[in-house]
Write a protein that binds this ligand. Structure first.
Ligand code: LRH
Ligand code: MN
Ligand code: MN
Length: 387
């Protein structure tokens, strides 16, 4: 397989950017301010538009509510369109209120559960105005100590709450349920793994799917296997891409383990998860703590594109033959050949042929945008994380 054979398929790639990646963030020890940090959601969108303008890869921006709450979402959608973007996934947030200290959709108190459900209904109202397809739910719900909560009762209440939300989805809308095995709860999490998410969304219906955040697994987990299985079951709705060395580090995609990113994307392609008709949404979920945010996002989408190109380059016929013949090393070599192919010169030419800069990171550095926002935006706001 040559690069020319995959060039058209690369044009179908779209990677959604998280609005919160443009705000200041940090760890629980320190949030560093960065000159030029957006003060409003409009400024976050303006920054996201730089990523898309230079890469052609990121036409939508995900919102997080309440971090990105505004009075007029239709107007926000028009603002995004004026910047060459559309608004994408709406993320709910039930992890920063005292009310939800002991749970949100799983809480024992009906009034608290109702508040959490209502928050999701507000997100759906917003989606009606922005034209967004996906409501992404990630819950901080869980417990810190054995015995603290009734694990099983919490699953039952989760199912009831999700049902109330699912029943309010519009015909074009979907619910994606994100899992995470720890943090902020340390003993048990109510949606810890793909199996739990799968069980919950399967009970709801066709428009409820699993969201896989690559940072939300125990070290050593074979994430590409989960990808293959969910695609096989028709239940992979979306990715939150990021990379991690230890836990949920939210680092630049492909920074820690490019080979894992390749293996994941190979299974995406293999399972029909890539292309214009694919139901799988590609999103980033990153926080840039010490590096500049816009080039951080540019680097990430380029890394996803690079590994997608390599995954598309796998000679699937040769691979199948080697697999069927029990040629262990031959099969492995077919995969590794694609992984080791340096696609960067071809991608640079591919970009230029589409009127994009050959080197988007450099083009951004030379554009002067970073200096301009640093001068203009005094007193940049924290992202939701730092608030
Ligand atoms: C939780 C998570 C989830 C949140 C985001 C800010 O760790 O991955 O997707 O919405 O971080
Ligand atoms: Mn996530
Ligand atoms: Mn996370």
């Amino acid at each position: 397989m040559a690069f020319a054979d995959i060039a058209d398929r690369l044009a179908a790639q779209a990677i959604e950017l998280p609005s919160w990646a443009f705000g200041n963030s940090g760890t629980r020890f320190r949030v560093f301010g960065t000159p030029g940090t957006p003060r409003t959601v409009q400024e976050k969108i303006a920054d996201a538009s730089r990523v898309h303008a230079l890469t052609g890869l990121a036409p939508t921006v995900a919102l997080h509510i309440p971090w990105d709450r505004v009075d007029d979402y239709a107007a926000l959608g028009r603002f995004a369109a004026d910047h060459g973007l559309a608004l994408g996934t709406v993320n709910s947030n039930t992890f920063q209120d005292d009310l939800y200290k002991f749970g949100s959709l799983t809480h024992t108190d009906e009034a608290v559960r109702r508040k959490a459900v209502d928050h999701h209904l507000e997100c759906l109202d917003i989606m009606d105005q922005t034209g967004s397809r996906d409501l992404k739910i990630w819950l901080a719900d869980g417990t810190n100590y054995p015995g603290q909560g009734d694990i099983r009762g919490r699953q039952d209440r989760l199912a009831e709450s999700l049902r109330l939300i699912y029943d309010r989805l519009g015909p074009q809308q979907r619910l994606v349920l994100e899992y995470k095995f720890f943090e902020p709860a340390f003993y048990h999490t109510d949606v810890p793994d793909w199996g739990t998410s799968y069980a919950q969304v399967s009970a709801l219906g066709d428009r409820a799917l699993v969201c896989l955040d690559t940072g939300h697994h125990a070290p050593g987990t074979n994430i590409e296997f989960i990808v293959a299985q969910l695609l096989r079951l028709g239940k992979l709705g979306s990715f939150d891409f990021n990379s991690r060395f230890y836990a949920d580090d939210d680092l630049i995609v492909g920074a820690a383990d490019p080979f894992q990113l390749f293996r994941i994307l190979y299974e995406v392609v293999r399972g029909g998860g890539y292309g214009p008709d694919s139901p799988v949404a590609f999103m980033l979920d990153q926080c840039h703590n010490v590096e500049d945010k816009i080039p951080g996002q540019i680097r990430s989408v380029l890394n996803v594109q690079e590994m997608t190109a390599r995954a598309l380059l796998v000679d699937t016929t040769a691979l199948r033959t080697a697999q069927d013949e029990g040629d262990v090393l031959g099969a492995n070599a077919v995969l590794m050949d694609a992984f080791y192919t340096d696609v960067r010169p071809d991608l640079a030419a591919w970009r230029e042929s589409r009127g994009l800069p050959a080197d988007p990171v450099r083009a951004y550095a030379e554009s002067g945008y970073q200096r301009q926002i640093a001068e203009e935006r005094v007193g940049g706001a924290q992202s939701g994380w730092g608030a």
